[in-house]
Write a protein that binds this ligand. Structure first.
Ligand SMILES: N[C@@H](CCC(=O)N[C@@H](CS)C(=O)NCC(=O)O)C(=O)O
Length: 266
């Protein structure tokens, strides 16, 4: 993907989407796939993982990504705010049901996947810790290095480590979310629907499809993620392994086949 630098993007009209450059960050990829589904054009702007990103902070007040900047409106950085902007810009391809009960379900499931201490957050909390298992030393020694140093790691730890739970609690939390998603998919299937809620695609199908990369990343041919990132996404540890159900990745595959493009482009 060709990214603009902040200086090139900040005075442009319309939608600019700040993304962590050169990695498929789950929150950023979800925002991209929602915009793709809704056919909303945007200019991608680079954020550099872990770095101070001074020009970005001066422009938006936000250091990390994603961050949707629409005309002169305030920055939108949380998954819900970005989704609501997309709903407003392309209401003709809705990703939220109109009925309140189904809407509550879609937003609740999305929150379990994307919010603080949801699937993505808790998975990240356990990455690189013994709770994700012990990697093969031969594989580790062959890995390229992430493009950040100790100061950048500390910056990211400050952003993401404080939450309801830490690495020790993360596997059980992640497993509980997987069981909820799998049970729902089975129930929906039995009722004749291929989707998590109702009988058409909604935002939570897209969030699960993208965030499932932290259960099993898509193969390199369609997802050329850096090798160090692939290893941490692949290592799920025994508790999550036990909660895995084939229906979860089957759903991811179906949503890509029917609704979203591959390969991932980051
Ligand atoms: N603010 C987002 C979450 C954003 C997030 O966690 N971003 C991470 C992606 S792993 C990031 O930007 N990491 C790189 C960095 O902090 O520099 C939300 O609540 O929906």
């Amino acid at each position: 993907m060709k990214y603009l630098e902040v200086a090139e993007a900040k005075d442009l009209p319309g939608l600019r989407l700040v993304l962590t450059a050169f990695v498929p960050g789950p929150w950023g990829e979800s925002a991209k796939k929602i915009l793709e589904y809704k056919q909303i054009p945007y200019a991608p702007v680079a954020q550099y993982a872990g770095k101070a990103n001074e020009a970005l902070v001066a422009w938006t007040g936000i250091r990390n990504a994603p961050n949707a900047m629409y005309d002169d409106e305030p920055p939108r950085t949380g998954w819900y705010d970005i989704l609501m902007l997309a709903e407003r810009l392309a209401p003709e391809r809705p990703l939220l049901p109109t009925g309140s009960e189904d809407r509550a379900l879609v937003l609740g499931i999305s929150s379990e996947i994307c919010s603080e201490w949801g699937w993505g957050w808790a998975r990240r909390a356990m990455m690189g810790t013994p709770f994700a298992g012990t990697p093969d030393p031969a594989r580790v020694s062959a890995l390229s290095k992430p493009p950040w140093g100790p100061e950048d790691s500390a910056r990211m730890r400050t952003s993401y480590s404080a939450s309801v739970g830490g690495p020790a609690e993360a596997p059980a939390r992640c497993a509980d979310i997987l069981r909820m998603l799998a049970a729902r998919l089975h129930r929906q299937k039995a009722a004749g629907s291929a989707y998590l809620v109702g009988d058409s695609i909604t935002a939570c199908d897209i969030y699960w499809t993208v965030f499932s990369m932290a259960l099993e990343p898509l193969p390199h041919e369609v997802n050329p993620m850096p090798d160090w990132m692939r290893l941490s996404y692949e290592m799920i540890g025994p508790v999550i392994e036990a909660a895995n159900d084939p229906v979860l990745l089957a759903h991811r595959n179906l949503i890509y086949e029917r609704h979203l493009s591959l390969p991932l482009d980051f």
